[in-house]
Write a protein that binds this ligand. Structure first.
Ligand SMILES: [Zn+2]
Length: 343
């Protein structure tokens, strides 16, 4: 009898544990690990009255199975979109998804991240939309467009060039659309160096774009590591209800707020660990570009980034894209220590 009591108690406990485990979402940037399928995306989620997130799987980039997040705000005087998607097809799908929710036209597109996975489809937005970015992103995009034109880009099957921003936000701009206030904020350099955020006070929703990569290993190709930390602190000081990332899942509001702090700690860890390795003299050389003739099986192996092999990322080692991003991050922190980043 006693034994039976134990078994029933054990079973009950097991049952409770299983239910709790199902309730707690696995924190990851990887849709497959979350048990999601390609057909679960794109998905639109209403965060507050008139404010929606839009998550699509990053297309055409095998090995980086993760979501790219845009935000849109529907008002009685048009729609504002923050960040596009990575190609014309995917951005058109988002434009169509918005049209299912409202008849209002897309009036503004805020380029919060100037990277291609958030801008390359921008020609799918209506011609009448006004494109807004930071001054730094405007310059980055103009330079890229000029280089592409020199190479003879835009011909053949190439996607139409993304429209360039015509208005810039050096610090803050407040838009009134219908009765809705929307703030475009420049909280400092972070992931691209031209980062913007969009804040909707009604509903307290802050779209952080790529300044917040939810469970994605800090991606630093064009980042400013230490300034990025300060930018996140400024965002946290706003005490928003919703912190929306540029990549990774749009979970519930509390999870996203907690995860922003986890992300800040990941960023701090990557910076501290890279500094430690630099001080210990562990190198991470940049592989030289291999001449075309040498590319192939007999090409000499590029020099190893010893620092990446010796790095201890602690709890962050299993984050999505770690393998592809760790060397980039280490070199960026080394560059910052050497004063090599643009002023
Ligand atoms: Zn991105």
């Amino acid at each position: 009898m006693k034994r039976m009591f134990f078994s029933i108690t054990t079973l009950l406990l097991l049952g409770v544990t299983v239910i709790c485990a199902q309730d707690a979402k696995l924190q990851t940037g990887d849709p497959l690990k979350r048990g999601l399928k390609e057909s679960d995306f794109p998905r639109t989620k209403q965060l507050a009255s008139g404010v929606y997130s839009y998550e699509a799987l990053r297309g055409g980039d095998p090995g980086s199975f993760m979501t790219t997040v845009s935000l849109f705000v529907v008002t009685t005087d048009g729609v504002l979109v923050a960040d596009g998607q990575g190609n014309v097809q995917q951005t058109k799908e988002m434009v169509d998804a918005i049209a299912k929710i409202t008849n209002q036209p897309i009036k503004y597109v805020v380029i919060c991240s100037d990277h291609g996975d958030h801008t390359a489809g921008n020609s799918a937005f209506p011609k009448s939309a006004v494109f807004i970015s930071s001054p730094a992103s405007k310059k980055t995009m103009e330079d890229a467009a000029a280089q592409a034109a020199q190479r003879g880009g835009g011909r053949g099957n190439a996607a139409p060039p993304a429209p360039l921003p015509t208005e810039t936000v050096p610090a803050k701009r407040v838009l009134k659309m219908g009765g809705t206030e929307i703030q475009i904020l420049n909280l400092g350099r972070a992931h691209t160096g031209g980062d913007l955020e969009v804040y909707v006070p009604k509903g307290k929703v802050l779209f952080m774009s790529e300044a917040y990569l939810h469970r994605i290993f800090p991606a630093m190709r064009s980042a400013f590591p230490t300034e990025w930390l300060a930018t996140i602190k400024k965002a946290q000081a706003l005490k928003a209800s919703w912190y929306v990332p540029g990549h990774g899942f749009v979970d519930d509001a509390k999870t996203l707020k907690d995860e922003l702090e986890t992300y800040r700690q990941a960023l701090a860890k990557v910076i501290d660990e890279s500094k430690r390795l630099r001080q210990a003299g562990v190198p991470c050389p940049v592989p030289p570009p291999a001449p075309a003739a040498q590319r192939g099986q007999n090409a000499p192996a590029p020099p190893k980034c010893e620092a990446a092999q010796k790095a201890d990322w602690g709890a962050f080692k299993d984050w999505t894209l770690r393998g592809g991003q760790e060397e980039v991050a280490i070199r960026k922190v080394f560059d910052e220590l050497d004063g090599k980043l643009p002023k």
